[in-house]
Design a protein around this ligand. Structure first.
Ligand code: PEP
Ligand code: MG
Length: 561
């Protein structure tokens, strides 16, 4: 009998790697039964509140046994929502108005979810968390088992509408081969936890629930964001064998980044504080390509003083040894609100006072920060460089470089996050010593798509040819000036994209430490001439899906050879 042809579904690859195996669809939460009359409101309220307490206690218990710190934090946050007195008040109020326990719980969670949806962006992505809590509480009130992940007793690909934090956090990584969800965005819990657990994951994969309903085997490509189902046993075995070969390549001893013919590409790491370097093997790593300094300022109502800042920077420099550390000056505003600046509310914060523009209102903040970086740099073997975020014009770039020089920091560059700066890269490099491309913001501004909005993953995709064109323009300017042009946004962590970026002339890739082995191995698969050829073909693609497919085909050819 012939196997049915596998359908390929596309979603957002949020955690790299590939795996294939039998699919298991997660059981939905219990159906809400028809409302029933309530004889004793006080007893009904006790029943509903006991259900909430049971959910809270169960989540706290699972938090204690959580496999990772991220999982523990998420489960504790979920437990805190279940234990929120406001929620309990909402449930009580509904019972007083005549609702039974299950409907009172469902209604109270629903109201919270509507508030989050109305708030939009990251808040809206949290709606799945509340839906999960609601399902659990209703199950507890009805005396049913809590909904959750199946355990068929053999490894499987987990398919769900959307995974809740509680489900994801408690996943048994020995049993789950990969995750695929019908909904979900790039910053949701599924994405964060799948990455932290090292599980290949595709989210926002429309149609997967229908495709998986008949069972069978699925092949998941968490790097390229593709899921094929049903696949044959032989295809599944080939996918798993290729993944094992990749894993072996990636576990090769760490060496400096280079192409197959030895063209160097600096591999660097992104950090938010010295602690992010704890336990990180820096063998073969050229240093820190992005030190996001705003973490020191987050949640503060007073600016950290020069001494406190210098001490924090010195710690990070010490952890980097004699490597390069690129410190980004404060990137406040929009997605990184910093209360101490007391910036007035704006209708369009992402287009308002953020990044280097804060120095127009508060030049003293930049001055103190540069002084603190210079003081910390003076006592370290690390090669310290500084760069400014959200630069839009050559004048802004020149102004920043001049200020840095005045503080004795000659290695001063800028981030390229705004298309106008990419277009004027050659001019900016007259004064700036290097460029570092922030693809997260560059995509946002080039495609006019809010990076905090979960509705436009394809527009925020760094494989958009327009974004790659802007990167190419910067890299070309860097080549002509003999200066370094790096990428430090999420795009740098994509192993499929790494040879393309190298082929465009990018000389540095800075990413989360976890991403280093896969990116290092990907670069080694191609000579520089092959990278350049691949880049040319990818630039000629009509859209991100085609661009990624071109690269994926080439990588797969290499993976088999
Ligand atoms: C970027 O925009 O790509 C970047 C690296 O900066 P952040 O994500 O911190 O805005
Ligand atoms: Mg940015």
């Amino acid at each position: 009998m012939r196997e049915p042809a596998a359908a390929e579904l596309r979603g957002l690859g949020v955690s790299p790697g590939a795996a294939a195996g039998p699919v298991e669809v997660m059981a939905p939460p219990p159906e809400l039964p028809p409302p029933r009359p309530v004889a004793d409101a006080a007893e009904e309220a006790r029943l509903a509140l006991r259900a909430l307490e049971a959910v809270e206690a169960e989540l706290e218990e699972r938090a204690l046994a959580a496999p990772t710190p991220e999982a523990r934090d998420i489960l504790q946050a979920q437990a805190a929502i279940a234990g929120d007195p406001m929620l309990a008040a909402g449930v009580r109020g509904r019972v007083e108005q005549g609702a039974d326990a299950a409907h009172a719980l469902h209604g109270a969670f629903d109201e919270q979810a509507r508030l989050l949806l109305a708030a939009g962006g990251r808040f809206a992505e949290r709606v799945a968390d509340l839906a999960d809590l609601s399902g659990r509480a209703v199950a507890a009130a009805l005396g049913r088992p809590m909904p959750g992940v199946p355990s068929p007793g053999r490894p499987f690909v987990l398919v769900a509408d959307d995974l809740s934090p509680a489900d994801t956090a408690a996943l048994d990584t020995a049993a789950v081969l990969a995750l695929v969800t019908e909904r979900g965005g790039p910053t949701g819990h599924t994405a964060i936890l799948a990455r932290s657990l090292g599980l290949p994951a595709v989210v926002g994969c429309r149609g997967i629930l229908d495709a998986a309903a008949s069972g069978g085997l699925a092949a998941v490509d968490g790097t390229g964001g593709a899921v094929r189902t049903p696949v044959t046993e032989a295809e599944a075995a080939e996918v798993n064998a290729a993944a094992a070969r990749r894993a072996a390549e990636e576990s090769a001893p760490a060496a400096p980044g280079r192409t197959a013919d030895g063209r160097g590409v600096d591999l660097m790491v992104n950090i938010g504080s010295a602690a992010d370097l704890d336990g990180v093997d820096l063998t073969g790593v050229a240093g820190v390509g992005l030190f996001r300094t705003e973490f020191l300022f987050l949640g503060r109502y007073e600016e950290p003083g020069l001494d406190e800042q210098a001490a924090a920077y010195a710690k990070a420099f010490a952890a980097a040894g004699d490597r390069t550390v690129v410190v980004r000056t404060l990137d406040a505003g929009a997605d990184k609100p910093l209360p101490f600046l007391r910036l007035p509310d704006e209708p369009n914060p992402a287009l308002g006072v953020r990044g280097l523009r804060v120095a127009r209102e508060r030049p003293d903040v930049l001055e103190t920060q540069l002084a603190a970086i210079a003081r910390a740099a003076a006592g370290t073997p690390a090669r310290v460089a500084v760069m400014a975020p959200m630069v839009a014009t050559p004048e802004e770039a020149d102004g920043f470089v001049a200020r840095a020089r005045a503080h004795g920091l000659p290695a001063a560059g800028v981030m390229i996050e705004v298309p106008s700066a990419a277009l004027r890269a050659a001019r900016i490099l007259r004064e700036a010593q290097f460029l570092s491309i922030g693809t997260n913001d560059l995509s946002q501004y080039a495609l006019a798509a809010d990076r905090q909005h979960s509705g436009f993953p394809e527009l925020l995709d760094p494989w958009q040819p327009a974004v790659l064109d802007l990167i190419a323009r910067c890299a070309e300017a860097g080549g002509a000036a003999g200066k370094s042009v790096g990428v430090c946004g999420e795009a740098a962590a994509d192993p499929l994209l790494a040879p393309v970026l190298a082929g465009l002339g990018v000389t540095r890739l800075s990413m989360s430490p976890r991403a280093l082995p896969a990116v290092r191995a990907a670069l080694l698969r191609f000579t520089f001439a092959e990278c350049a050829d691949l880049a040319e073909r990818v630039l000629a693609a009509d859209g991100p899906a085609e661009a990624r497919e071109i690269a994926r085909t080439r990588h797969n050819e290499r993976g088999r050879s």
